[in-house]
Design a protein around this ligand. Structure first.
Ligand SMILES: *Cc1c(COP(=O)(O)O)cnc(C)c1O
Length: 356
């Protein structure tokens, strides 16, 4: 039997994406060559990257004037590439978790960084909403979903400056108003593909405004101009991303994915709130639909490890909280079926009954 995989990333992918990738590893598009050995410059692979880009645009409603890029280096590379390409004088950042914190650290290498709000003193248990955005920022950088802490921004911000967002862990889980953003980036290994590729959506006319020289590989213009083919792109994860995107379209697009995410998360949060043994860690209005963080209430805290073992006996894996937070984290990415959520809820109920 397959496991119920709640891993935070690399995370569960759909059978559709996995099986089509396996087939292509054996024989890619009827070429008689494995996807692992196909030239990225072959016409068959060009068709893959073209369709993947077109589907990103279609699913997210990306307006004219934006490019879709497939880059290496993970979302963490974007923490540096963003300020390298966009930070002239001053940028605003929201400090909403470890990833945001890492992004701030890199930006400080390139210019003045205004941390407009931080939930760090409260262990990142909420998403800040009360702050003023000063005039004249080059951009405001946000992390829409805080994977480790289980908080999420549920609507696009209304900002008087361009927005740049790390959407690594909630991209394609809800509609996004892309025209508000100069750049959106997402490491693929949460909602899209295996690790190894990062999706970047960038507004063409926002590029080329900084004075500093930018190394070729770190300059978005290189990749826009060369269609992500300046060097060898990560062929396999891009292929899997295409399968995931096709599947998303078939499922009804981001509106349908949002509905399904709301259903799954709603059901799990309800179980947590109805329990006396478990309690959520994130402020309720900011709760993430993708990463549900919770702990044992203090009187049961000693049973934490027992619960993880109890779950693993039921083939429920990946629910241990991040080492910096503890407790539990159930990641409910798009590919996680509702039945896995139900399996977890049943385990919680049975465990609670057995220990009362
Ligand atoms: C996982 C994650 C990252 C890090 O991604 P890498 O691809 O490992 O660099 C960055 N930001 C967020 C929000 C994440 O969830």
């Amino acid at each position: 039997m397959k496991k119920h995989n709640f891993s935070a990333g690399p995370s569960i992918l759909s059978d559709y994406a996995v099986n089509n990738t396996i087939d292509a590893i054996r024989d890619f598009a009827g070429t008689g060559i494995s996807l692992l050995s196909i030239s990225h410059r072959s016409k068959e692979f060009q068709a893959v990257i073209d369709e993947a880009g077109a589907l990103v645009k279609e699913l997210l409603g990306v307006p004219e004037g934006y490019s879709v890029l497939w880059l290496g280096g993970g979302a963490s590379m974007q923490f540096a590439m963003i300020p390298y390409n966009f930070l002239r004088h001053r940028a605003g950042y929201l400090d909403t978790g470890t990833w945001a914190h890492n992004a701030i650290k890199e930006a400080r290498l390139f210019g003045e960084v205004d941390v407009l709000a931080s939930s760090e003193p409260d262990h990142y248990t909420y998403y800040p909403h009360d702050y003023t955005i000063p005039e004249g920022l080059d951009y405001l950088h946000i992390t829409t979903n805080n994977t480790i802490y289980g908080t999420e921004l549920h609507a696009d911000i209304d900002a008087p400056c361009p927005l740049i967002a790390d959407m690594s862990s909630d991209i394609f889980s809800r509609p996004v108003d892309v025209k508000r953003y100069d750049a959106i980036y997402a490491g693929a290994q949460k909602n899209l593909a295996p690790a190894g590729v990062t999706l970047v959506i960038v507004k063409d006319e926002a590029l080329g405004k900084v004075d500093r020289p930018i190394p070729t590989m770190l300059d978005y213009r290189t990749h826009v101009k060369k269609g992500s083919m300046f060097n060898t792109p990560p062929v396999l994860p891009i292929f899997t991303a295409l399968q995931t995107l096709r599947h998303y379209k078939e499922l009804g697009g981001v509106d349908a994915l949002y509905e399904s995410a709301s259903l799954k998360a709603g059901r799990l949060y309800e179980a947590i709130d109805n329990s006396t043994m478990f309690c959520g860690t994130a402020r309720i209005p900011d709760r993430s639909l993708m990463n549900v963080t919770f702990v044992m209430s203090p009187e049961y805290a000693h049973l934490e490890k027992d619960f993880i073992d109890f779950c693993s006996q039921r083939d429920i894996v990946g629910i241990k909280g991040h080492r910096s937070v503890g407790g539990f984290r159930a990641s409910l990415y798009n590919a996680l079926p509702l039945e896995s959520v139900d399996a977890l809820i049943n385990a919680m109920n049975d465990f609670e009954t057995a220990h009362k």
